[in-house]
Design a protein around this ligand. Sequence first.
Ligand code: SAM
Ligand code: SF4
Length: 487
Amino acid sequence: MQNASVKEWMDAVIKPEQVEKYMENGKYFIDDNYIHELLLQKKQPDKQEVREIIAKSLELNRLEPEETAALLNCTDEELWQEMYEAGLKIKLNVYGRRIVTFAPLYVSNYCVNSCVYCGFRGGNDESVRHRLNRDELRDEIKALVKKGHKRLIMVYGEHPDSDVHYIADTLKVAYETKVDNGEIRRSNINAAPMSVEDLKILKDVGIGTFQVFQETYHHDTYKKLHPRGIKADYGWRLYSLHRAMEAGVDDVGIGALFGLYDWKFEVMGLLYHTIDLEKHFDGVGPHTISFPRLEPAVNTPFVEKSSYKVDDDTFKKLVTVIRLSVPYTGMIITARENARVRREVIPVGCTQLDAGSNIAIGGYNKEDPDHSRQQFILGDNRSLDETIRDLARMGYIASFCTAGYRCGRTGNYFMDIAKKGKVHNLCMPNAILTFKEYLLDYAGNETREAGEQLINQEIEALPDNLVRQKVLGFLKRIEAGERDLYL
Ligand code: SAM
Ligand code: SF4
């Protein structure tokens, strides 16, 4: 596209009235000074207070900002151990021993924005640009389906050549592409903020979760790190998921990029974001929270220079506080983290991970040795099968289940299921069934062995005998060749 028409397109994207309608007295729901004040007020929480807050989380109540601020400021290692244990209990209570597994699929990396931390930023001459055409996209999807994937997150830069119509078309291709027994049953999207009208287009072609990360909730830092382009508008991004919910996209995913500003501030920002979504949408908050950490990217010196980088110990703490603050929200740990870190933080509360990931455009079919087609560099390069084997040995079932979404069990409905503890008689059986399909169709021998053992344990652990009998019947049918059976 010519520069003049790119400019014209950019000028038309933001619809101020779709931001203003959610503001209160002309203000955003993030008040930087108040967050700093709260963190200061709760600087030295006493033991008793922290234990009472942990008890509230264990009863599966969402925390209030002052409670989260107290947890963030805790310095007592004994209490942190109690929080890690509480994180695991909450995870097992709400989600069971399953972990939803997906693959990222980078579709286009043209971008009009200039986020200083991102390898895809416009003006980075060392980034090789490409937008997948339909044939290339089909090849990428086939490569993923052949490995056993059923769920994707499709990722796009912000550009008129990858606008909502292109995204909708690529989503259709994802759902249409089949290989033998395999297909993509749910595709989430991580793309730039859109208007309500555009989001309705994505809703109509079956978008899964719509994800937009605020990156940093801190206004001044946001301004500094997003100097140009549409993304320079903090408010357009802050309310992007309100607009998605308004457009009927039931599941939305928030996130902050840790390493841009103070980690405690960002956790508070994520909590305020959750609370504001709950306030506007009948108690329904985000479906997932992501907490990516800054990773190196080609020709991106900012990453090495940032003074807010988060070390591994702090990372585990922030993941734990998020778990305790929002017991019902899904939490995604990405392959930005290496295998060791992922093993450490899964037990404190994560519910989803990507596996066998490649984030180069066209990367599932073509090597990218100099990382020039990648947004940043991944920490966990294990295959899907290796990751699943590792999870099985840790006692977690990799779930490819998408039944919940296809049955309309999303948004409010999912929250209701989770709150009534029905996950164990619904989601866990479905996780077992999709895991069985994976073991039969795609797993190596060692993974199959570890997986079958785990399935036997988890069937024993199902709380309801009728459900157990039903699952055993379905497993026999799957062994006989049937697929996509769910409760
Ligand atoms: N372009 C869209 C946007 O910015 O909303 C789509 C998402 S972008 C391709 C995906 C996410 O990658 C960003 O929201 C950001 O949090 C993350 N990201 C960017 N640069 C990164 C880096 N150097 N390390 C880790 N994550 C990064
Ligand atoms: Fe573009 Fe997204 Fe990268 Fe920013 S983070 S430069 S918007 S691809």
